[in-house]
Every structure is written in structure tokens, then in C-alpha cells.
Ligand binder design. Structure first.
Ligand SMILES: Cc1cc2nc3c(=O)[nH]c(=O)nc-3n(C[C@H](O)[C@H](O)[C@H](O)COP(=O)(O)OP(=O)(O)OC[C@H]3O[C@@H](n4cnc5c(N)ncnc54)[C@H](O)[C@@H]3O)c2cc1C
Length: 472
């Protein structure tokens, strides 16, 4: 695939992967090593389209913290760059391969170690899949909130690495808001613990929050203590259809200013509605220009009241043909419309998903900007996203054999990112800088802030062993 984001290895010294492998075989017999090119190939990419990724020189699958520490000690000794990897569903190239480097995949560290009801927390290894963690704690009446749309396939380690968002951030926050403590292996193999089961803890700098979202550039997370809640009421859902995208954006802004905090407030545009309906025939209104999905998990009659208020705000902004779930099962079914969005679009071509965010009141302006920019370049775009968080995913869709796709993606993407920044927003709300948006970090944060980040990176990983060329 033609691409343009070439991973850069910014490090000095001579890497010696061959000796690392020999020593890993001798001293870490429990670590599974994949050296066959076909096996390594499947660790080359994450889910980012038009990203040029390298073939790992080797892939290591450790089963314990000690093994991760042993691997990082060897990587430091032999100056071998390391890519930490979860399930590889990332959308910024953070877990994509670096040519000749060692990828450490945490998938075998997939045990839930303890569900602590008394302290409302769960202690887990990073390779556990988000949906499995949710299901395990639900069995004892508890709830793990972070809910990326990829929850059935992405790992907790990857969620921590990216500070993943998802469908219920409006009410419950991003992954970071659910983290109490971590065990982290640093680049030289040192193991540290941050935080713990305490709800309140202000002893020193908040290292826990520094590692969350650092995309594997500061350390490898080998254990996490995550906050749980008592299970909320089953969700009630409405879908509201609009004749213009702008009207849907206005409804989001008016719900926000009315102080409504539904658990989910998601938007899909016409292209997305058509793609989902074409694949799954859920009965969505294909004549509409946009759809909002609003969910409430408030207890008892409060859910109906919350949705009534949301419905009123939508109607005042031009909403029509409202569908309301009759029970929890129907609510689940309606939610599928949104969860299927990316895969439905991928049936139609290669999809490059972007991840811009703006202050919530500016969602209508961002929608207008995305429409204007993509129309000006004649690029097909389907937009959906977490509108209640001000976070939209414009998806640029190209024929699979389009020779101009990579170049056009860059052009259109850059204009959309610029538009988001001009609205006081961010170039990435939940997927991360990774390797695909690297040049935009100093533009958004400014050189001074980036030099603080670089100082932190240099303090923790002076040889640039961990995920070099990502984020910074
Ligand atoms: C269909 C689809 C829907 C999606 N929906 C959402 C969504 O709603 N919200 C959202 O935020 N994202 C979403 N994503 C993106 C992706 O699923 C998330 O970023 C997810 O958190 C990645 O998890 P992963 O296990 O696949 O991590 P990977 O892609 O393997 O890794 C992601 C990053 O985390 C680092 N990392 C992985 N494990 C560790 C570890 N143990 N220690 C330190 N660093 C680590 C990696 O180096 C990399 O930088 C979606 C993706 C797809 C394909």
C-alpha cells in the first residue's frame, strides 16, 4: 500500500537483535519468540490505513512481568528498539512495526487477577480484552465503564496505552478516569508500581496518569488496578433522524447547554447510515442526513425523563422520525447501528479514519468545515463519532486501487486537523498521535510543551528504546 508516514528510528548505537534473541532463548525460556517472516508480518500493522509500517525483526510473547522486564533489560543492553503491542486495533500507528525492531505483544498476559468488591476495583493483566473484563465484573454486579467501539477486540493494555475513549465518556470519562494504579516496566527493565487501591492518593507526581496515554513510549504496563462502579440500570435508547447534518450538530449543542449528560450521545451522517443499513438492514431512516443516538442509564423513571428532554431538544433543532427502544434488548440492538459503523464503511473501500475534537459547542462548525473541505477536494467522507464529547471521526473513503489515495488523504486530513485547531480543538481526541499525526503535536501543543514531553521521555528512556518515533 502506498503510504507516507514512515516510522523514524531516532536512536544512536548499534542494535543487535540477533544476540538479544540468543540471550532471550537462554535466559527467558518461557517467552515465545516469533521469527518466521509470515508470523512477523501479522504484527506489521495496526488498523491505520495508508500508514507505512516496518516488519518487526522478532516478536516476543511474554507471560509475566519478569519476562517483560528481562526482555527490556536485553533490549537496553543490545540497543534494540521495542514496540509494545496489545491487540493491534489502534488507529494511529502506535503498535505498528518498526523495521528490524522487537515487538513485545502482551496478549498472553490475559488474566484477571482479582475483583475487589470491597474497594470497587479490579486488578488485571494488560492482555485481557475489554469486553471480557466488562463481562467478568458484570457477573458480580459491577461495571467497568470505558467502552471503545472496538471493545470486543481491543485489550486493556492498548486502552491504557491510548487512553481510549468510546461511547460513554460523556458521563464516565476516558480510560484515564478509571485507572487507580499501574505496574510498569521501564525501558531498562526496572519495575515500578504507581497508585493502588486508594481512591485518594496525592503522594508525589501522578505517574499513573503520565503512563496512561503515553502509547508505549515511557514504559510497558504489565498490571492495572481499575475503578469499578455498581452496575447502572439497563440502557434506554433513542435514535433521532435529521434532514441536515447541521441540525444534528445544533441538537448536540443544545443538549449540552441544557445540562443533559446522557451516557451516550453519538452521531452518524448519511454516508454512515447508508453503509450500516446496506450491510445489516436495521431499519434506519435512509432518507435522513444525520442520526443521533442518545442513551440513558439513569435509574427507574429518570431514564424516560432524560430521554424526553433529549427528544425535546432534538425536535426543537429539527429532529424527526424518532425511534425509542422498548426494552434493554432492543436498546442493545439499536446500539449496534453505531458500533458497526467503521466495519460497514470498510466494505466499500479503504477507510482512513481521523479523530478530531472540538469544544462541544463548536460541533456544528466542525461538521460544516469537514463537509466543505472534503467537497472541495471531491473526496468521499463519512462522519460519525462521539458528538457529545465534541469528538468526530471523519472517514475518508477511497477505492482500494486508487493511486492518489495516500496523497489525497494527507492533503484533506491536514486541512481537517487545521480546522479543528482553529476551532480551539485537538488533532486527536482518543486515538493518539502515534506515528500518523506526529508532525501535528508541536503545531497543537507548541514547542515549549513538546520540549517538556521530550525531557520526560529522555529521563525515563534515554536510549529511546521504547517505541521510538511515536508521539514525539
Ligand atoms: C472498529 C474500531 C472501533 C474503534 N473504536 C474506538 C473508540 O470508540 N474509542 C477509542 O478510543 N478507540 C477506538 N478504536 C481504536 C482502538 O481500538 C483503541 O485505540 C484501543 O485502545 C487499542 O487497543 P489495542 O489493544 O488494540 O492496542 P494496540 O493497537 O495494540 O496499541 C495501542 C497503543 O498502546 C500501546 N500499548 C499497547 N499495550 C501496551 C501496554 N501493555 N503498555 C504500554 N503501552 C501499550 C501500543 O504501543 C500502542 O501505542 C477503534 C478501533 C477500531 C478498529
Amino acid at each position: 500500500m502506498a503510504g507516507y508516514h514512515r516510522p523514524v528510528i531516532e536512536r544512536t548505537g548499534l542494535a543487535d537483535l540477533g544476540t538479544l534473541i540468543d540471550e532471550a532463548r537462554a535466559t527467558l525460556p518461557g517467552v515465545r519468540l516469533l521469527l518466521d517472516p509470515a508470523d512477523r508480518e501479522s504484527y506489521r500493522r495496526d488498523e491505520t490505513a495508508y500508514l507505512e509500517a516496518g516488519l518487526p525483526g522478532a516478536v516476543a510473547l511474554p507471560a509475566s512481568t519478569d519476562e517483560v522486564a528481562g526482555l527490556l533489560r536485553l533490549a537496553t543492553r543490545h540497543r534494540v528498539p521495542v514496540v509494545p503491542r496489545g491487540a493491534g486495533t489502534g488507529l494511529s500507528g502506535g503498535a505498528a512495526g518498526i523495521e528490524g525492531a522487537l515487538t513485545i505483544a502482551l496478549t498472553r498476559m490475559n488474566r484477571i487477577l482479582e475483583i475487589d468488591r470491597a474497594n470497587l476495583c479490579v486488578i488485571t493483566q494488560p492482555g485481557v480484552i475489554n469486553a471480557e473484563l466488562k463481562a467478568a465484573v458484570a457477573e458480580v454486579g459491577l461495571f467497568y465503564a470505558p467502552d471503545p467501539a472496538s471493545y470486543e477486540t481491543c485489550s486493556i493494555g492498548g486502552n491504557l496505552g491510548t487512553n481510549a475513549g468510546g461511547l460513554c465518556c460523556l458521563k464516565y470519562g476516558q480510560t484515564r478516569d478509571a485507572v487507580l494504579g499501574l505496574e510498569v516496566v521501564l525501558a531498562d527493565g526496572t519495575v515500578i508500581r504507581t497508585g493502588g487501591r486508594n481512591v485518594k492518593d496525592v503522594a508525589g507526581y501522578s505517574l499513573t496518569h503520565l503512563f496512561v496515554g503515553s502509547q508505549g513510549t515511557l514504559g510497558i504496563i504489565t498490571e492495572a488496578t481499575l475503578k469499578l462502579r455498581y452496575a447502572p440500570a439497563p440502557r434506554s435508547t433513542i435514535l433521532v433522524f435529521f434532514d441536515t447534518l447541521e441540525a444534528a450538530g445544533d441538537a448536540v449543542a443544545s443538549m449540552t447547554s441544557a445540562g443533559l449528560v446522557p451516557v451516550t450521545l453519538e452521531l452518524m451522517d448519511r454516508e454512515t447510515i447508508l453503509a450500516v443499513e446496506d450491510w445489516h438492514q436495521l431499519g434506519l431512516d435512509v432518507t435522513a442526513a444525520a442520526m443521533l443516538m442518545v442513551e440513558s442509564d439513569a435509574p427507574g423513571p429518570a431514564a424516560g425523563e432524560e430521554l424526553d428532554q433529549a427528544e425535546a431538544a432534538c425536535i426543537a433543532s429539527g429532529g424527526r422520525s424518532i425511534v425509542r427502544s422498548a426494552d434493554a434488548q432492543e436498546a442493545d440492538w439499536l446500539r449496534q447501528a453505531r458500533r458497526l459503523a467503521l466495519r460497514a464503511l470498510e466494505r466499500q473501500g479503504t477507510v482512513r479514519m481521523e479523530d478530531v475534537g472540538v469544544p462541544r459547542s463548536r460541533v456544528p462548525e466542525l461538521l460544516r468545515a469537514i463537509e466543505r473541505i472534503t467537497a472541495a477536494h471531491g473526496v468521499r467522507c463519512a462522519t460519525f463519532g462521539h458528538a457529545g464529547d465534541g469528538n468526530l471521526h471523519p472517514n475518508l473513503i477511497f477505492a482500494r486501487d486508487d493511486p492518489d489515495a495516500a496523497a489525497l488523504t494527507r492533503l484533506v486530513r491536514d486541512e481537517i486537523l487545521r480546522a479543528a485547531l482553529d476551532l480551539g480543538g485537538t488533532v486527536t481526541a482518543e486515538h493518539g498521535i502515534g506515528s500518523s499525526r506526529r508532525e501535528w503535536l508541536p503545531i497543537q501543543q507548541g514547542e515549549s510543551a513538546v520540549s517538556v514531553m521530550r525531557a520526560i521521555k529522555n529521563a525515563l528512556d534515554p536510549l529511546a528504546i521504547l517505541n521510538p518515533g511515536r508521539v514525539l
